[in-house]
Design a protein around this ligand. Structure first.
Ligand SMILES: Cc1cc2nc3c(=O)[nH]c(=O)nc-3n(C[C@H](O)[C@H](O)[C@H](O)COP(=O)(O)OP(=O)(O)OC[C@H]3O[C@@H](n4cnc5c(N)ncnc54)[C@H](O)[C@@H]3O)c2cc1C
Length: 297
């Protein structure tokens, strides 16, 4: 079993930033990721509020940070963390295939899209239902699709889809959108986007194992793609054996980004906070990794 000073779990922007700071502080660090580096950045089109770039594609930004990871020779491994065991000064991180020992851990596993919770939803993922417009939009070229939600992510997704598909319906449960006015203005300029206010999906209908239509409270909509953008929740299943303090799944940290368990820190979208952005995730990662360094020596 390998021994590390710190294991960072999750290679989104928070995890990669943490690993960079740790490595540059001469801390023996391992970065673990279960998918590809970048996390939610890979699901983002144009980022226009990250300083230094008037506009940058999320995947390009992820690649730039990953280049830094490689250049610093940071130990980066693929692995889905399934359990953490805390035995005082030593922690064991178990992935689906390995086990590692470490003195400190930074949790940077972000959050994942919330589900509608309707029958057929799970079954039709990849067969008409998606949670990522950038990843799956091209499957619906020149088709009619719907996107559920009224926040920034939903509207960004709708704008992206509008340049690929024939028509996008935005399904919003209230009579107002929550998204910023800049995005709402951009939506108004698209003639293939229609907003259905006061609408709620009550049923997802299938035909031959594919999405056929959705039933709204006031009409049936025949669509080939349904994109669900109704918010996010952290996936903290792997922390179930730890007595870690959280609020609705969001990890509680102090000003040093340390959790209630000594030597376990958290940063980025996994923590309870007010602003879920790239800039905040990066700032918290800098604090978490510096706290690891300060507590080490
Ligand atoms: C559509 C969309 C548009 C956005 N637009 C903007 C924007 O314009 N500007 C802005 O500032 N922010 C934007 N955001 C928010 C921003 O992307 C996030 O706040 C930020 O990327 C969060 O980074 P993170 O590292 O905390 O988490 P994530 O990006 O969620 O990364 C977490 C990583 O952990 C990995 N992981 C999870 N569980 C495990 C496990 N058990 N084992 C191993 N690895 C695991 C995941 O695979 C993932 O790679 C947007 C988000 C979305 C979804």
């Amino acid at each position: 079993m390998n021994n590390y000073d710190c294991i960072v779990i999750g290679a989104g922007v928070a995890g990669m930033t943490s690993a960079l700071y740790l490595k540059r502080s001469n801390i023996n660090v391992l970065l673990l990721e279960r998918e590809m580096p970048g996390g939610q950045l890979n699901k983002t089109t144009d980022i226009e509020n990250y300083p230094g770039f008037t506009s940058i594609n999320g995947t390009d930004l992820a690649l730039c940070i990953y280049e830094q990871i490689k250049k610093q020779n940071i130990d980066y491994k693929y692995g889905n963390v399934i359990e953490i065991i805390d035995s005082n000064n030593l922690k064991i991180v178990k992935t689906n295939k390995d086990e590692f020992k470490t003195k400190n851990i930074i949790l940077a596993t972000g959050r994942i899209p919330r589900k509608l919770g309707l029958s057929n939803e799970e079954k039709l993922i990849g067969h008409g239902i998606s949670y990522c417009a950038i990843c799956d939009g091209m499957f619906f070229k020149d088709k009619e699709v719907a996107i559920v939600g009224g926040g920034d992510s939903a509207l960004t997704g709708a704008l992206y889809l509008s340049s690929i598909v024939k028509k996008v319906y935005i399904i919003n449960r209230s009579e107002k959108l929550r998204a910023t006015s800049i995005l709402q203005d951009k939506i108004k300029q698209k003639n293939n986007i229609e907003i259905l206010f006061n609408s709620k999906i009550t049923n997802i209908n299938e035909e031959n194992n594919k999405l056929e239509s959705i039933q709204l409270n006031n009409q049936k909509l025949k669509i080939e793609g349904l994109f669900i953008y109704i918010g996010f929740d952290p996936d903290i299943n792997y922390l179930k054996n730890l007595n870690i303090k959280n609020e609705n799944g969001y990890i509680l940290v102090d000003k040093n980004m340390e959790t209630n368990i000594k030597g376990i820190y958290a940063c980025g979208d996994i923590i309870k906070k007010n602003v879920y952005q790239i800039s905040t995730a990066i700032g918290e990662a800098a604090i978490a990794s510096t706290s690891v360094k300060n507590n080490e020596y």
